[in-house]
Design a protein around this ligand. Structure first.
Ligand code: PEP
Length: 253
């Protein structure tokens, strides 16, 4: 992890926990007074206002939504807009998660629209991308990620790209227990930084945080988090247990 870049450990709860369970989990995690990096909690929409109360007044702790719609308002039954999220005090939004792409049909175009919608409000997108297992086996992982980056960042200004938090999440590693090796992850993060540099500038590419996600747990966190181009983790399963999540947070140092 580079010393100059922002370091972030983000918890993606997905569709798990009740409000009460979520509050208990956050309160337990925040008993840790000396946080070595920024923490992000991404609970389900229904939990946002209560979790906001638990994290208010804590430095370095941020609230994220797991998705958004790109329009501000309108006839989109069941959807939540960035205007509504900002109004609730949300600060970040996960965009382009592989579960959204695979199960809910999120396309590159939509992801780009969602990123733009976040940036037009005061919301930082956590932009997820990553290849599937067959794409890695056929040596198409770099091409796949290049395409996803080009789609997601299409028509964004340098200043806008500077505000994006990137998250490389190989689909074959999400929720499977199969983690990318530090070598595989670092190689892709270097590639992503190069791609960002060709879309914007070297300075932007060097300064944006790129998180790794995919079965991060206490046992593998330290090795991954100490790779020079990995600036933190997006954590699913292991973010649901305070002890595991805190062990990952502590692995940052
Ligand atoms: C995720 O959902 O973004 C994720 C990385 O999940 P897990 O840590 O469970 O693989």
């Amino acid at each position: 992890m580079s010393e100059n870049r922002r370091q972030i450990i983000a918890a993606n709860w997905k569709m798990n926990l009740t409000v009460g369970q979520g509050k208990k989990l956050v309160n337990h995690i925040l008993e840790e007074k000396d946080l070595p990096c920024d923490l992000v909690f991404a609970p389900p929409f229904t939990h946002l206002s209560e979790i906001k109360k638990s994290i208010t007044d804590r430095d370095k702790v941020f609230l994220a939504a797991q998705n958004c719609h790109h329009e501000s308002n309108g006839a989109y039954t069941g959807e939540i807009s960035t205007v509504m999220l900002e109004d609730m005090g949300v600060q970040m939004v996960i965009v382009g998660h592989s579960e959204r792409r695979q199960l809910f049909g999120d396309t590159g175009k939509w992801i780009n629209q969602k990123i733009k919608a976040c940036l037009s409000r005061n919301l930082q997108p956590i932009f997820c991308f990553g290849e599937k297992l067959d794409q890695r086996e056929q040596n198409q992982h770099f091409e796949t990620v290049r395409k996803q980056l080009n789609e997601g960042l299409s028509n964004l200004s340098e200043a806008q790209i500077q505000d994006v938090i990137f998250a490389y999440e190989p689909v074959w590693a999400i929720g499977t227990g199969h983690t990318a090796t530090p070598g595989q992850a670092e190689e892709m993060h270097q590639f992503v930084r190069k791609e960002i540099s060709s879309t914007s500038t070297d300075q932007v590419a060097r300064s944006v945080p790129i998180l790794y996600g995919g079965s991060v747990k206490p046992a593998n966190a330290s090795e991954l988090l100490h790779c020079p181009n990995i600036d933190g983790a997006l954590v699913g399963g292991a973010s649901l247990k305070a002890k595991d999540f805190l062990a990952i947070v502590e692995a940052v140092v």
